[in-house]
Design a protein around this ligand. Structure first.
Ligand code: URA
Length: 255
């Protein structure tokens, strides 16, 4: 598709205004200045920026939300705020959460208009690893690490897939947990199975895509094609641990 048409279709500017904006150097494609209205772009893959703002050109939109505690992972509005309601009203249409976090869980949640993407993210066959920062009542002991590695058995007899857990250095009872599945209240039930208790919980990464540390609680950002590709990569556990040690050690301090 031509660049001038793509911008006109995804902004409030006419084709004529777009050509003037291009001439003035107000447009970047994939980060580089672009003045040619006839330049071909793929709205699903290329990033088009107008006056410093990325245009949502893709046929589907996916957002990363830093979910705060106290809101529900649903589209249905009742007395409790939904995660979708963190988007401005004009962006909410057709958006739903790709997965769930409990009302008191914080951190990374994806909101999307793309049913196929949501299916790929949630499909148990794909095993996209999810990383949780967990503030516990008691320390993670060696026995917990072993139990999780062998597959914890929940109170109803369900055996979990092997999971990795490690304490975060420097903060008492703070740990990182890697899961490859998403059973109901899984993190809380796994720690209950080893006689510990989850006091605070936040998801900090999905696959190779970490939460953007610039997002405050309740803030969101549009994801680009390259971010979505990261979701399907498997990171090194030690890298995620370093990331958490750098940015999340004080997440619940002064709460
Ligand atoms: N496990 C839980 O217990 N709660 C969540 O919100 C996510 C995973």
């Amino acid at each position: 598709m031509r660049l001038d048409k793509c911008i006109a279709d995804h902004s409030t500017h006419s084709r004529k205004e777009v050509r003037e904006l291009l001439r003035r150097g107000s447009v970047r494609v994939n980060g580089a200045p672009e003045k040619d209205p006839a330049r071909q772009v793929d709205p699903d893959r290329d990033q088009v920026m107008l006056l410093g703002v990325i245009l949502p050109t893709a046929s589907h939109r996916t957002y990363m939300l830093h979910k705060p505690a106290g809101c529900i992972s649903s589209t249905r509005s009742g007395s409790t705020k939904t995660v979708v309601e963190f988007l401005p009203p004009q962006l909410q249409k057709g958006v739903f959460p790709a997965g769930r976090l409990d009302i008191d869980t914080e951190g990374m949640l994806l909101l999307t208009t793309d049913g196929d993407l949501a299916h790929r993210i949630l499909s148990p066959r794909r095993h996209i690893p999810k990383y949780y920062l967990v503030q516990l009542a008691r320390p993670v002991v060696e026995k917990t690490v072993e139990t999780f590695e062998n597959g914890a058995v929940l109170e109803d007899g369900t055996r979990c897939l092997p999971a990795r857990v490690a304490p975060l250095p420097g903060v008492e009872n703070l740990a990182l947990l890697e899961l490859h599945e998403g059973k109901f209240h899984q993190v809380k039930r796994m720690f209950a199975a080893v006689e510990n208790h989850v006091e605070h919980l936040a998801r900090v990464q999905m696959g190779g895509l970490p939460i953007d540390v610039k997002l405050g609680r309740g803030e969101y950002m549009l994801l680009l094609h390259k971010d979505i590709e990261q979701l399907f990569k498997t990171p090194d556990f030690s890298e995620v641990l370093d990331f958490c040690a750098c940015f999340f050690c004080s997440y619940w301090i002064n709460e």
